[in-house]
Design a protein around this ligand. Structure first.
Ligand code: KIV
Length: 272
């Protein structure tokens, strides 16, 4: 095969190597073609098609109503744009909880139909067998511990997890079990930074933090949060790198005013 055909796409092996080299891993969510191409042009390492889709794009109160069809639809759009980033698709509620066999069938759809290269699922030791099953078919799995939004009704709200000794201990143990099951990386969401640091140092696979402090091997944010588009709720861990809500409103108000006054379209934007 000539070098011209060689893909520049990051692989899960590249991501694991970054931990060894001490190079921080960058991950952001994307749900459509336009944002995915921007992230890819900026050289983001991983694009996560998160089931946060349900809240920030589809307007649900939780991630629970998101379906496989929703996730496939948006993963297809993201993967049409991204040539370089590793694309990870989030497995939605009930797509992997019912049985390892059903989980494998659903995980496979993300690779076969939507061109993702890996899947992510939430949960600890109770999913070790599921992770093994998916990996046995050659599908890389990113695990997710700490605040797991699909369990929102069990954990009683979007709260920091692992603050008490027994719950911290359980997260540490789960992380080890998921690593042993074969996960290639682990998202740590909303846990104390000291706990995230301990887990990061105890694992050979990279950790990717969101509200888990600076000592994780990488970081992830929800793109609509970090761009200041989603205004309904801003968690403490979100840094707004832009205020697009304001910018969009300014643009829309200017457009409305120009249409009302007959200043748009002008000759520059009209045909003779
Ligand atoms: O759904 C999502 O966007 C996520 C990230 C917050 C990690 O799971």
């Amino acid at each position: 095969m000539s070098n011209q055909n060689k893909s520049s796409r990051k692989t899960t092996l590249d991501i694991k190597k970054m931990k060894v080299l001490g190079e921080k891993i960058t991950m952001l969510t994307a749900y459509d073609y336009a944002i995915s191409s921007i992230l890819d042009e900026c050289n983001i390492d991983i694009i996560l098609v998160g089931d946060s889709l349900g809240m920030v794009v589809l307007g649900y109160d939780t991630t629970l109503p998101v379906t496989m069809e929703d996730m496939l639809h948006h993963t297809k759009a993201v993967s049409r744009a991204a040539q370089n980033a590793l694309i990870v698709a989030d497995m939605p509620f009930l797509s992997y909880q019912i049985s390892p066999a059903a989980a494998l069938a659903n995980a496979g759809r993300f690779l076969q139909e939507a061109n993702a290269q890996a899947v992510k699922l939430e949960g600890g030791r109770e999913y070790a067998e599921t992770v093994q099953k998916i990996i046995s078919a050659g599908i890389p799995v990113m695990a997710h511990l700490g605040l797991t939004p699909q369990s929102i009704h069990q954990i009683g709200g979007y709260k920091v997890q692992g603050k008490k000794e027994d719950s911290a201990r359980k997260i540490i143990e789960d992380a080890k079990i998921l690593e042993e099951a074969g996960a290639f990386s682990l998202v740590l969401e909303c846990i104390p930074e000291g706990l995230a640091s301990e887990i990061t140092h105890s694992l050979s696979i990279p950790t990717i933090g969101i509200g888990a402090g600076v000592n994780c091997d990488g970081q992830v944010l929800v793109i609509n949060d970090m761009l200041g588009i989603y205004e309904r709720f801003t968690p403490k861990h979100v840094k707004k790198y832009a205020n697009l809500n304001l910018e969009i409103k300014k643009a829309v108000k200017t457009y409305i005013a120009e249409v009302k006054t007959g200043n748009f379209p002008d000759s520059e934007h009209s045909f003779k």
